[in-house]
Design a protein around this ligand. Structure first.
Ligand code: NI
Length: 175
């Protein structure tokens, strides 16, 4: 396995719509997913989409926040995903992205979604989720369509270095 180079905001691959994966279950795709997993763990991320490692494919991996924390990190790969909102309800929360290191932005997302796709073995996955799980899926799905969270900010000023956000925004939110 190897740690892959992550494309940062400004790299054109992050703005491209990705192509459907044809060879689900192949050794090549397994190797990509293993390398992406190692990369995500090394960077301490909760999700990583193929374009972020310079691959123009409809594939992302994520850590399921609904699963109990165990010693082993559980990572799900979702291939050729479809995502739909279940209701119009939305919520705002701060998001980071490994392609925008050190920064946070406040993003409005749908609270409840359904998603489907294929896992690494080619089995169909279907899930109804909410909260953080729904947010991670929407963020990663956006990457497959060339969309970064910076173009979905809840307010145009709600973006900045994580330290400043912690000091000046999150403290105010608590008051
Ligand atoms: Ni991201």
């Amino acid at each position: 396995m190897s740690i892959l180079k992550i494309a940062r905001i400004g790299h054109p691959i992050l703005l491209k719509k990705t192509n459907e994966l044809k060879d689900i279950g192949s050794e090549k795709i397994k190797k990509i997913v293993y390398d992406m997993s190692e990369t995500m763990i090394d960077y301490n991320g909760v999700g990583l989409a193929a374009p972020q490692v310079h691959l123009n494919k409809r594939l992302f991996i994520f850590r399921n926040p609904d699963l109990e924390e165990t010693k082993e990190i559980q990572i799900t790969a979702l291939i050729n995903p479809v995502v739909e909102k279940i209701s119009d309800e939305t919520n705002e929360a701060w998001e980071g992205c490994l392609s925008i290191p050190g920064m946070l932005g406040l993003v409005r997302r749908f609270s409840k979604i359904m998603y489907s796709g294929y896992d690494l073995q080619g089995n169909k996955i279907t899930n109804n989720v909410e909260g953080m799980h729904a947010r991670i899926i929407q963020h990663e799905f956006d990457h497959l369509n060339g969309i970064l969270y910076t173009s979905r900010l809840a307010h145009k000023d709600a973006f900045g270095y994580a330290e400043e956000i912690e000091n000046y925004w999150k403290k105010n939110e608590e008051n």
